[in-house]
Design a binder for this molecule. Structure first.
Ligand SMILES: Cc1cc2nc3c(=O)[nH]c(=O)nc-3n(C[C@H](O)[C@H](O)[C@H](O)COP(=O)(O)OP(=O)(O)OC[C@H]3O[C@@H](n4cnc5c(N)ncnc54)[C@H](O)[C@@H]3O)c2cc1C
Length: 420
């Protein structure tokens, strides 16, 4: 049986960053991903752009980056490869360049990759995970490690290891809506005036039942290519992203909504009359599903009071952006200029497993708090912290909950990360 120091499951922003940071510290690391590329939701859900990961100094007006360290390196290298431009608010990027870049960075860090491989189980010895069971084209096998990182977005590994978790909103377990993103090419022009006309007609059509999509408006982003627009506008509510039948229904409903929108735009707006539907996400996007019950659960109150913690390992100020889990509407709480909150290391530590860390959108947070920290730049910073912490736990022969916090924060800061 193969054995590694660290196994990372899931190659989204959290998993890629975790593997790179652990690999750079000299440990043997295996990154397991069920698809054929890294980037996670950015690639298979077509999620774009990077939401704002900086604030502005209220006095000097100077930009203060919040997701730094490895995320800054990814953004800079993307720009250098022509895969992103300079950003004003959000940062659009080319996911094909991202896939190439993340392969390069992972390999440079000495990390082994296993693509097209599904983790289907774990073996535990008491509170310690001993190995993961994997399934791929070679068949089923097992891989041992001393420490594991769950970066699956859905906390799949933590669930297999019987760690406690919660699903969605506290009172009814409903999660934020699922969305199938898509792109239209051959759009003649797009500006704020057209946006207003589209939304006015959309509301009219919705009111008389000609549009079934429950989303309150049409959410469109520009891409790096002038005549290609990105749509993050389908909305499937009240289905469980961790239930296979529900996810299948969601995929079918969302694809109907894609065609509804495409037809609506082509038939009513000359700018779209010759547009082509060039792509939809390989799977419907999941904003929220399971969150582990960790040593600390980040709350809305922590966010509103811009909390700091002794064990802060990342910071964020993305708005509390809640797409209604049961219908129309999106609520926002925007942080004032210069303000942001910190995320403690304890949110990454699940109960019931002493050599497992969790990173990305499934860390320990309430529904409201997850609505802010879930963005890709923050997931990368959480992954980077998990990778360093996993290495420290091995170097000091300690449980992940006993990692030396001062040392963890020092290494992150030396790598350029902003931890508080
Ligand atoms: C519709 C939508 C729009 C969004 N819009 C934005 C936006 O505009 N900007 C922004 O910054 N963020 C946005 N987000 C949020 C952001 O995309 C995600 O929260 C973030 O990408 C999550 O990163 P992650 O690394 O935690 O998980 P993921 O990116 O989901 O990565 C998890 C990885 O684990 C793999 N995996 C899962 N289970 C297994 C298994 N058992 N075995 C092997 N591999 C496994 C998956 O294949 C995947 O690659 C959006 C999300 C959605 C769904």
């Amino acid at each position: 049986m193969k054995k590694y120091d660290i196994v990372v499951v899931g190659g989204g922003f959290a998993g890629a960053a975790a593997a790179i940071s652990a690999g750079r510290l000299g440990k043997s690391v295996l990154l397991i991903e069920k698809y054929n590329c890294l980037g996670g939701a950015a690639c298979y859900d077509l999620v774009n752009p990077f939401m704002p990961y900086f604030t502005t100094d209220p006095v000097s007006g100077e930009r203060i980056d919040l997701s730094c360290g490895l995320f800054t390196e990814i953004a800079d290298r993307l720009r250098a490869l022509g895969g992103a431009k300079n950003d004003k608010r959000s940062l659009p990027f080319n996911e094909e360049v991202l896939k190439y870049l993340l392969n390069t960075m992972v390999i440079e860090s000495g990390v082994d990759l296993l693509y097209q491989t599904y983790v289907i189980g774990v073996k535990k010895n008491g509170e310690r995970i001993k190995s993961v069971c994997i399934s791929n084209v070679s068949g089923n096998s097992e891989i041992e490690a001393d420490c594991f990182i769950d970066a699956t977005g859905d906390a799949n590994l933590a669930v297999m290891a019987r760690c406690p978790y919660k699903l969605g909103r506290e009172d009814d377990n409903l999660c934020q809506p699922m969305t199938l993103c898509f792109r239209l090419a051959g759009v003649k022009s797009y500006d704020s005036e057209l946006k207003a006309r589209i939304n006015a007609l959309y509301s009219e059509y919705q009111a008389c039942g000609k549009i079934k999509n429950p989303r309150e408006n049409v959410l469109i982003f520009r891409t790096l290519v002038d005549d290609i627009l990105h749509f993050n506008t389908t909305r499937v509510v009240k289905l469980d992203p961790t239930n296979a039948e529900d996810v299948t229904r969601a995929e079918i409903i969302a694809r109907e909504q894609v065609f509804e929108m495409y037809t609506f735009l082509r038939e009513n707006f000359v700018e779209f009359s010759e547009s082509t539907l060039i792509s939809t996400g390989m799977q419907i996007g999941v904003r929220e599903s399971r969150m582990i019950e960790g040593e600390y659960t980040l709350t809305k109150e922590d966010l509103l009071s811009c909390s700091r913690f002794d064990d802060s390992i990342a910071v964020c100020n993305y708005d509390i952006d809640i797409h209604s889990p049961d219908g129309s509407g999106t609520s926002h709480y925007y942080f004032p200029k210069g303000e942001y909150y910190a995320i403690p290391y304890r949110c990454l530590i699940p109960k019931n497993a002493e050599n497992l860390l969790v990173a990305g959108r499934c860390v320990s947070a309430t529904h409201d708090a997850q609505a802010s920290l879930r963005i890709m730049p923050t997931c990368a910073t959480l992954g980077e912290a998990a990778g360093v912490a996993a290495v420290l736990s091995l170097l000091n022969n300690a449980r992940v909950r006993d990692v030396d916090i001062a040392q963890l924060r020092e290494i992150l800061k030396n790598n350029g990360a902003k931890v508080d």
